[in-house]
Design a binder for this molecule. Structure first.
Ligand code: AMP
Length: 416
């Protein structure tokens, strides 16, 4: 029979690499608690409408990359390709806007996009992200950027570069887009088919195209930074001023546009010089209309999402988190039950213990102890059981002692 493989673009995660994931997840929890963000967990699937409205029907993500299917009741369901619309939906659904203001969330979890799999690009990948709802001030944009960059620095991701831009708002973007469309139409002959299509649907995304001819053509296009309204201009100036004050290194990149439609004003991205083609570690920005567009009040938002696979690639190999463990070895099958009772006494005390039930001799059990890296072996034989004792072998020092069962707690305290 043919073996069943994992679907293309997905990955199994296990020891020893899983230690990097556990490290990263623990760091995220600790770090974002420092900024007074609270964790939010939303479902992995949502009604497709949430992303069509939220992420934007003209985005690449919605047009080409969503895992959408009909459930048994013929509802259109989508595996979440990103988590900002779900977090907004959850906050609206549970009236969280009334609880604490501004609302600050962080999340960690898998996302799904029907992308072309390659190094750093998967169909199931993981993001962590943060969202702040209800604060229109540019200072909060700078704080979000500061936290994102600071996190990568704290876990020592090398070669990071921060790019910032402003993508304008409902006032200044439409007239700018008209200018951009004119410039792109005039240069249509040198654009790829995909970019030709984007002229009418999503001209900003032409800046994102990796085809060299498109890059060359778009280098002469007008950029939004030169066409911001006074409010967006001032907002962006304050964001940069805050970053300067906080000593955050950044580059203004007027061609930075994000793949998601909802950004207004600040947009940012952190890339790594060590990642090759898929160099984006995280991206985010302000989205002042999204909450309203999803049926909520007129509340602004700002946030980012980071790709965890790409961060993990940078982490050094980490030692496993396994605690010091104890093998409980028994002399004959008659003592196996007693070994299990002793293991249970250890588990109940929070100690990692292992019994090899399938071994009929001590040698085999010791071999198994080596495999699990046991620090100590507790040996139970006729004599130990009769005298209420346990023999303890220190596997590293190769020393053996015998203790009374009553002295077990004392021994654990001293040795683990
Ligand atoms: P986005 O949600 O598109 O703004 O992406 C935010 C971050 O998620 C990117 O900077 C990447 O690090 C990561 N990312 C996006 N798509 C993928 C993917 N298909 N595979 C792995 N990481 C991804």
């Amino acid at each position: 029979m043919n073996r069943i493989h994992a679907p293309k673009g997905t990955k199994d995660l296990f020891h020893p690499d899983i230690a990097k994931w556990q490290f990263l997840e623990e760091k995220i929890h600790a770090y974002y608690t420092r900024f007074l963000y609270r964790e939010i967990r939303t479902p992995i699937f949502e009604h497709s409408e949430l992303f069509i409205k939220g992420t934007g029907s003209e985005t690449e993500v919605v047009q080409k990359e969503m895992y959408t299917f009909k459930d048994k009741a013929l509802r259109s369901i989508t595996l979440r390709p990103e988590n900002t619309p779900p977090v907004v939906r959850a906050a609206l659904e549970h009236n969280l806007f009334h609880e604490m203001f501004p609302l600050r969330f962080y999340y960690i979890g898998p996302m799904f996009r029907y992308d072309k799999p390659q190094k750093g690009r998967y169909r199931q990948f993981h993001q962590f992200g943060a969202e702040v709802f209800g604060d229109p001030s540019p200072e909060v944009d700078a704080e979000v950027i500061y936290s994102a960059r600071g996190f990568l620095e704290e876990i020592k991701v090398p070669g990071i570069e921060l790019h910032v831009n402003s993508v304008g708002c409902r006032t200044c973007r439409p007239p700018y887009l008209a200018l951009l469309q004119d410039a792109a139409s005039a240069a249509a002959g040198s654009l790829c088919d995909d970019c030709k299509r984007k002229i009418d649907t999503n001209p900003l995304r032409i800046f994102d195209c990796k085809v060299p001819e498109c890059g060359e053509a778009s280098s002469g296009f007008p950029t939004i930074t030169d066409h911001l309204c006074a409010e967006c201009h001032d907002h962006f100036a304050t964001v940069r001023g805050c970053l300067d004050t906080l000593g955050v290194g950044y580059a203004v990149n007027p061609r930075l546009v994000r793949g998601l439609d909802y950004y207004t004003k600040t947009a940012f991205e952190i890339t790594s010089t060590q990642l090759g083609a898929q160099d984006s570690l995280l991206g985010g920005g302000r989205y002042n209309n999204l909450i309203q567009e999803l049926g909520g009040p007129d509340i602004p938002g700002v946030g980012f999402a980071a790709g965890m696979e790409r961060i993990v690639l940078h982490l050094e190999a980490l030692p496993g988190r396994e605690a010091k463990s104890i093998l409980i070895a028994y002399q004959t099958a008659d003592h196996r039950l007693e070994a299990m009772r002793l293991a249970a006494a250890l588990w109940d005390r929070g100690v990692a213990a292992y019994v090899e039930y399938n071994a009929n001799n001590m040698k085999k059990q010791f071999r198994q102890g080596n495999r699990i890296g046991a620090a100590f072996t507790f040996i139970l034989g006729e004599d130990e059981i009769k005298t209420g004792t346990v023999s303890i072998k220190d596997m590293e020092a190769h020393e053996q002692t015998k203790i009374k069962r009553e002295a077990l707690d004392q021994w654990l305290k001293q040795n683990l």
